[in-house]
Design a protein around this ligand. Structure first.
Ligand code: ATP
Length: 502
């Protein structure tokens, strides 16, 4: 946010007042002058002028930093598409000769923390451009005309900075593009936004108009995770011409990112980054960086010379589930949690041997305990059997509570919601007794019945799996109460032992 040094005028005025008081003169005029000055300074035009004069606004995030495409892990497609789009900047002469229309804007679209800012910085380094950045929310002002003026300033700054850049070009990076570029007339919008957005369109339309003699080539990179909110005018040809998707990394991508961030960190011998990449499905690059950082902090606290596997395991849990809860459930409640989680883990191990990464009854975030699964490869298509197994694993916690403790608890609510959602998917993908039914054509009552049938079938299957293994379940729960956390291999071992004992 913008801050200009209020302390200066206040300090000077107080100093003058003190001097006058010591000299025996009346300090009142100095205070009056201070009050007037402050009042004047609070008015938008003056404040803006001061900000501009001090060069404060948006000055912060402009240092390009040492980012290159090699620092961005797991975004192969995005990097390739972006590099292709940037070639017109690298090969300006040839592009001009061939009459390639200069690209004015590229939109980077994807979830938070996937590396959009990093890609924009890398783009600047790749093309030898100056890097000037701002966030959409910085343009949102109550005062009419301020946002529009900031847009003008931003482009002006880019042109100035581009003059000294090796490629005589500049990249303007605008994060949170949806705040600045929301559809005009929409709820998230009011008149001041319109002016700001109009100004951005005007600036973009002006880019590349100067022909071969134009001093500096400016390219706008916008980042958003809500492209659907953007005003259509922004997406028209000649504005944000290209859209580059920046998705959550897959397993290989996660491994690349982990390796990148592990480069400058001391890792112990037992660390298995490939295993870690497999276990962190759904985490973004920012999450993964955070995992390594948290693990480093844990190692530091423990006085360890390097980050060990156990630090990483705890860091993953911390990043996924939030901070450890101070409140500890009582003994009875913990036993229930242990039985519940033991049920999930046991059924998971029976249906997908080797799939349980860890099981814990340490409270984190909103969960009193949880089982962490390690999916093999990332999957985007699922068969009916796989979905049915998902449901069985989700229902196993409640069934275990019922079999061991005689009654269920509210702890199964989110499991049930998840199981219900999966059952719905089975029905709507044409994999239930209703056969192939297009979504929207099934009456709500019939859909409910079909979902209930799927759930009842899986519940019966779970009961049949757990009932003959109550001893294993109880001993797992007991060990969990003792140790709080068990690795996946403990569950497999307990099952093997039970099988041997007959
Ligand atoms: P937001 O949409 O929230 O602004 P973003 O997509 O711009 O997020 P970045 O700011 O680029 O994400 O990423 C934040 C940090 O996460 C980076 O500084 C980096 O440490 C790490 N990071 C994210 N993605 C990657 C990646 N693909 N490779 C390496 N590091 C990454």
């Amino acid at each position: 946010m913008i801050r200009w040094p209020l302390e200066w005028p206040v300090g000077v005025a107080l100093g003058v007042a003190a001097f006058l008081a010591v000299r025996g003169a009346d300090p009142a005029p100095a205070f009056l002058a201070l009050a007037l000055g402050l009042l004047l300074a609070a008015t938008p035009p003056v404040r803006d002028a001061v900000e501009r004069g001090l060069g404060r606004w948006g000055g912060a995030g402009d240092a390009p930093g040492p980012a290159s495409f090699d620092d961005v892990g797991g975004q192969g497609t995005a990097k390739r598409e972006l590099k292709e789009a940037l070639d017109f900047l690298r090969l300006q002469e040839a592009a001009r000769r061939l009459g390639v229309r200069p690209l004015r804007g590229i939109l980077l679209v994807g979830p938070p923390g996937t590396g959009k800012t990093l890609l924009a910085r890398a783009a600047a380094a790749y093309t030898g451009s100056a890097f000037v950045s701002a966030s959409g929310s910085e343009f949102v002002e109550m005062y009419a005309g301020v946002g529009a003026r900031r847009v003008r300033d931003l482009f002006e700054r880019a042109r100035r900075a581009g003059r000294d850049a090796p490629g005589r070009s500049a990249i303007v990076f605008i994060d949170e593009m949806d705040v600045l570029g929301a559809r005009r007339g929409s709820e998230r919008h009011h008149l001041e936004y319109d002016q700001t957005l109009n100004q951005l369109l005007v600036e973009m339309d002006g880019l590349g108009r100067g022909g071969p003699d134009e001093e500096v080539t400016v390219l706008v990179l916008g980042a958003t995770n809500r492209m659907d909110l953007l005003d259509e005018a922004l997406l028209r040809p000649g504005r944000f011409d290209r859209v580059v998707r920046v998705e959550l990394p897959d397993r290989v991508g996660r491994l690349e990112i982990l390796r990148l961030h592990a480069r400058d960190r001391a890792l112990a011998e037992d660390v298995d980054l490939e295993g870690l990449a497999r276990e962190t499905f759904g985490l973004s690059g920012a999450h993964l960086e955070s995992v390594l950082n948290e693990a480093a902090i844990l190692a530091l606290r423990a006085g360890a010379p390097a980050i060990a596997r156990a630090h990483l395991a705890e860091a993953v849990e911390k990043v996924i589930m939030g901070e450890r809860l101070d409140r500890l459930p009582g003994r009875e409640e913990r036993r229930r949690v242990a039985v519940h989680e033991g049920g999930h883990a046991l059924v998971a191990e029976l249906l997908r041997p080797g799939s349980v990464a860890a099981i814990t009854i340490t409270s984190r975030g909103n969960a009193l305990g949880y089982v962490r699964h390690s999916p093999g490869d990332d999957r985007y298509l699922r068969t009916r059997q796989e979905l049915a197994d998902d449901i069985a694993i989700a229902l196993a916690g409640a069934v275990a509570e019922e079999l061991v403790l005689g009654a269920r608890s509210t702890g199964a609510q989110s499991d049930l919601a998840q199981a219900g959602e999966t059952a719905r998917r089975i029905v709507l993908s044409g994999m239930s007794r209703l056969g192939a039914v297009p979504e929207g054509s099934v009456p709500e009552g019939e859909l409910f019945e079909a979902v209930r049938d799927v759930l009842a079938g899986e519940e019966a299957r779970v009961r049949a799996l757990l009932a003959p293994r109550l001893r294993v379940l109880e001993s797992l729960a007991h060990r969990l109460l003792e140790e709080e956390r068990l690795g996946g291999e403990a569950i497999a071992a307990a099952l093997r032992e039970a099988a041997r004992a007959g």
